[in-house]
Design a protein around this ligand. Structure first.
Ligand SMILES: [Zn+2]
Length: 171
């Protein structure tokens, strides 16, 4: 069966090549969108200023590690009233700014780290084809905990009853 859809690590990202290294790992080279939206004035720009590169750990293929080499453009903001000179594509659908792994890998790191902890999480992740140190797993957990602490405290707490035995005893 043939299909017209092509795999992509995220929206607007085009895969340029997929190469398997001698160690059996995979390297996916991909390029960002053809235009950028200025984060300040929201105007579209096609005036390229330069390039930026990110190496992101992605989900494994059949147990082998995958690295997405993402080439992103740096744009000039051409809207004169805007104070911003240049801006870079962030690819927020793929990874957080400055992250070294894709969002989907970061979610797995968070889930495994939360349920197993640092060292067991490291062993499990290596077995699944995603090498990551126990320190990184713990750092990830601390960062997420700090993010939860930033949420405003609860103002209203609801307490509901439950039944030990229906129509007989309630807690
Ligand atoms: Zn702008």
């Amino acid at each position: 069966m043939r299909t017209k859809s092509k795999w992509s690590p995220g929206p607007g990202i085009k895969v340029q090549s997929v190469i398997s290294s001698e160690q059996g790992d995979w390297v996916v080279s991909a390029c960002g969108p053809e235009s950028g939206i200025c984060p300040d004035c929201r105007h579209q720009s096609r005036s390229r200023h330069g390039w930026s590169y990110r190496n992101l750990q992605d989900l494994p293929i059949q147990g082998s590690a995958v690295t997405v080499k993402l080439q992103l453009r740096r744009w000039r903001c051409t809207y004169r009233p805007c104070g911003r000179q240049t801006f870079t594509d962030r690819a927020p659908a793929i990874a957080s700014p400055y992250a070294r792994r894709t969002t989907r890998v970061a979610e797995i790191v968070g889930l495994l780290g939360h349920s197993t902890g640092g060292r067991p999480g490291e062993r499990l992740m290596r077995r699944l084809g995603m090498s990551i140190s126990d320190d990184t797993i713990l750092r990830h957990l601390k960062r997420n905990a700090a993010r939860i602490d930033d949420d405003p405290p609860a103002r209203i707490v609801g307490i509901d009853d439950w039944s030990w035995r229906k129509s007989w005893r309630y807690g």
